[in-house]
Design a protein around this ligand. Sequence first.
Ligand code: SF4
Length: 469
Amino acid sequence: MEIDQHPYADLLRKEMMPNIWCSSCRIGRIKNTFIEAIQQLGYDPDKCVVVSGIGCSSRIAGYLNLDSIHATHGRAIPTALGVKLANPELKVSVMGGDGDILGIGGNHFLALARHGHDINVFCMNNFGYSMTGFQHGPTTPLGARTITTSSGNPYAPINPVSVALAAGYTFVARSTSAHPYHLIDCIISAMKNRGPSFIEILIPCMLYERRNKIKSLEALFLEKAKIKETLSEEDINQSDFMKEISLGIFRDAPVRERPHLSLVKSGKRKAARQYDVNFKPRASGIEYMQIRMEGTGGQGIVQGGKTLIHAAMNMDPKLHSTLIKRYGPEMKGGSCLTDVLLSSQPIDYPFVDVPDLLLMMSDIVAKERGDKVIVNNDGTIVVDESMVNLRLLANLPKTVKVFKIPATQIARENFRVVVANNVLLGFVCKVTSVIDKDCLKAAILKSAPPGTEEMNLAAFESGYKFGSS
Ligand code: SF4
């Protein structure tokens, strides 16, 4: 009843109450300031998404009555990026702690600024990993006691504001849980900024207080913090709650124009025009098809899988598709395979179980399996006979169709060995008729490095011609 009457009730998941936070924790206050900001901005809650990782503050996502994702540890930012890319109209915010965002997810934190997407990162800094008993993290003060630094933290902490500024966030601010009205203003400004935004929010944790014999971190925040209208470079470093903390907006910049990929794009367009490859999309008739390309790292196995998937999409844009690649530990020269699934229905498991179409460019994978070739009993194998010991195919059921081409030999004698994968694909195109020729050629042109288009297409044509003979 009381929750129903609360002004934030509409944006709270009442069924999740009471929350799990300690009674003196201030994460709930941050949750409320976020709700207040959304209400003041008048944003449609259906257009707001919150993504969090793991930790005390990451539990916020579960209590907000918004579409939310509780992602894995440190992966809130890439998950949020997926949401934003899928629907750019959404207002996407990441909420989490210093350990999750700056420690485990530190590289994602840097990458978001570089990529420049309009996502807000609200980082509650309580100076360590609190949910697991308080281990030290990237922001733990020098000398602070935690369960992993019982004699005092010997490592200098990072300064989140300084890192965000250096990384290129277009909005950067610092506030605390003890300054809720200031924090609401910061959140509103961050959400209005059209680039990657970051707010460091200092919050107390009673585990830290107890272990370091501090009566109240909030009292220290109130005593040591100053809200400033204009901030100097010196203020970036004023973040020590034992001395002085500068709060405010360090950067609120217009979004930079993204660099253009004009060189690459024009090259591709030129190539497409030059080779005059036109294809018409059509219904493929494919219900569910498992394709595997296997061989040795360096043979273009993954590229071959990508070409197949792009070609299938060129042919039938309604198809669903996935691609998984697997390397042996050695990468180049070791085993490598690519699984491609094509389906008329959404795909929920991206691995090929038993391939309907198996493309073997070498026998290394089969040998690793104890000389076993895995293919559907009604399936098809296309083999590069210059690289595969055909003895391995001797015991296959008679129902399996086998097509052979010396793809590597053809490539070596006429082009370069690196295009053997396209010789094989040309042959596959002719003998299996799974994917239209022009759709495959367009896919090859899409990925061929500038200047190699002609050779790659010629390699494909030579494989196609071999299949016609
Ligand atoms: S452990 Fe610390 S951060 Fe976690 S809920 Fe308790 S006071 Fe809050």
